[in-house]
Design a protein around this ligand. Structure first.
Ligand code: NCD
Length: 312
C-alpha cells in the first residue's frame, strides 16, 4: 500500500485494501495515542489545520495525532481571523498554506471545497468535512470502532439514524460499509432521507440497503446503531429545521429490545439524540469512537507523510 503524498478527499479515494491496512496500522498506534510510548514518525513535519467551520474532536484529535508523532501544527481555527475576511479566495489561501506546511487538513462549509483545495495545493490535502459532502477520516474511525467490537466489517446490520440528507458522516460511511459487505438500514424523518444520488450509487455498488423509518423495528435488528445530529446549520430555512428537530431520541426504553451486542455510535457532538443514561450501558461506543480518532488519524498521517517503509 502506498498512500504516500496522496490526497484523501472522499472515502472513495481509498481502496478496501488501503482502508484495511490503515485500520491495522491504527491498532498499533493505540499505545502511542494513549501517550504510553513515544514515536518520532512525523519528526520535522508541519501539518496545517485549516478549519473554516466549528470543530472540537476532529481538529483536536488531528493535532494530538500530529504532536504525539513528533510533528507540529499550524492552525486556523477561526476563519474570521484570516485574510478570507479581506476577500481572499480559498484557492489562494490553500496555495499559500501549501508552501508553509507538508500537508493540509481542511474543514469547510462548502461541498467540493476539499477537491478545490487539493487542486490548489501541491501538498496532500485531507478532507475533514466539506459541507454536506464527505468526511472520510470520520469514516475510518467509525470503521475502526466497529471492527474493534465485532472483529469484522462484513455481514453486520447497521442502522443509520437521523439526518441522512445533510450528514456528511453517513454519506462517507454508507459507501464504505457497503464496500465491506454490511447491510444498511436507513431510518430518518421523511424530510431527511438519504438523497437519490447516494441511493443510486449504493445500488450500483450492489449494496444491501433498505429503509426502516420505524425506529423501534430498526433498533431490534441492529448490530450497530449509528446516530447522527440534525445538521441545523445546513438548512436553508429555519422553519424546516423546526419541523424535524427532536423527532428521534435514543434512551434506555428505546434500547430495551436491542440485541445484547448492539453498539450505539455517534460522531458527536450530540444535541439531545442520545440520552445521557445510555452512556453507562454496555451499548455506548461513542466515547471509544472519539478516542479512536487519534490512532486512526496517526495511521493516516503516517501513511501520507511518514518516511516510506516506517510503519506504526
Ligand atoms: C460531525 C461533522 O462535523 O460532520 N462531527 C465530527 O466531525 N465528529 C458530525 C456533526 O457535526 O454532527
Amino acid at each position: 500500500m502506498s498512500l504516500h503524498g496522496r490526497d484523501v478527499v472522499s472515502i472513495r479515494d481509498l481502496s478496501r485494501d488501503e482502508i484495511t491496512g490503515l485500520l491495522d496500522s491504527a491498532r498499533k498506534m493505540v499505545p502511542l495515542a494513549e501517550g504510553r510510548r513515544a514515536s518520532p514518525l512525523l519528526d520535522g513535519k508541519i501539518v496545517a489545520m485549516a478549519f473554516f467551520e466549528p470543530s472540537t474532536r476532529t481538529r483536536l484529535s488531528f493535532e494530538s495525532a500530529v504532536q504525539r508523532l513528533g510533528g507540529s501544527c499550524l492552525t486556523i481555527a477561526d476563519a474570521g481571523a484570516t485574510s478570507l475576511r479581506k476577500g481572499e479566495s480559498l484557492y489562494d489561501t490553500i496555495r499559500m498554506l501549501s508552501s508553509y506546511a507538508d500537508a493540509i487538513v481542511l474543514r469547510h462549509p462548502n461541498e467540493g471545497a476539499a477537491r478545490l483545495a487539493a487542486r490548489a495545493s501541491d501538498r496532500p490535502v485531507i478532507n475533514a468535512g466539506d459541507g454536506a459532502g464527505q468526511h472520510p477520516t470520520q469514516t475510518l474511525l467509525d470503521l475502526a470502532t466497529i471492527r474493534e467490537r465485532f472483529g469484522t466489517l462484513a455481514g453486520l446490520k447497521v442502522v443509520l439514524l437521523g439526518d441522512l440528507k445533510y450528514g456528511r458522516t453517513v454519506h462517507s460511511l454508507a459507501f464504505a460499509l457497503a464496500e465491506f459487505g454490511s447491510e444498511l438500514i436507513l431510518s430518518s424523518p421523511e424530510a431527511l432521507r438519504l438523497p437519490e444520488e447516494h441511493r443510486d450509487e449504493l445500488r450500483r455498488q450492489g449494496a444491501k440497503v433498505r429503509d426502516q423509518p420505524d425506529l423501534a423495528k430498526a433498533v431490534r435488528e441492529a448490530d450497530v446503531l449509528y446516530v447522527t445530529r440534525i445538521q441545523k446549520e445546513r438548512f436553508a430555512d429555519e422553519s424546516e429545521y423546526r419541523e424535524v428537530a427532536g423527532s428521534y431520541r435514543i434512551d434506555g426504553r428505546t434500547l430495551a429490545d436491542a440485541k445484547p451486542q448492539l453498539i450505539v455510535m455517534h460522531p458527536l457532538p450530540r444535541a439531545g439524540e442520545i440520552a445521557p443514561e445510555v452512556d453507562a450501558t454496555r451499548h455506548a461506543a461513542y466515547f471509544r469512537q472519539a478516542f479512536l480518532a487519534v490512532p486512526v488519524r496517526m495511521a493516516l498521517l503516517n501513511a501520507i507523510l511518514g518516511r516510506p517503509g516506517r510503519g506504526g
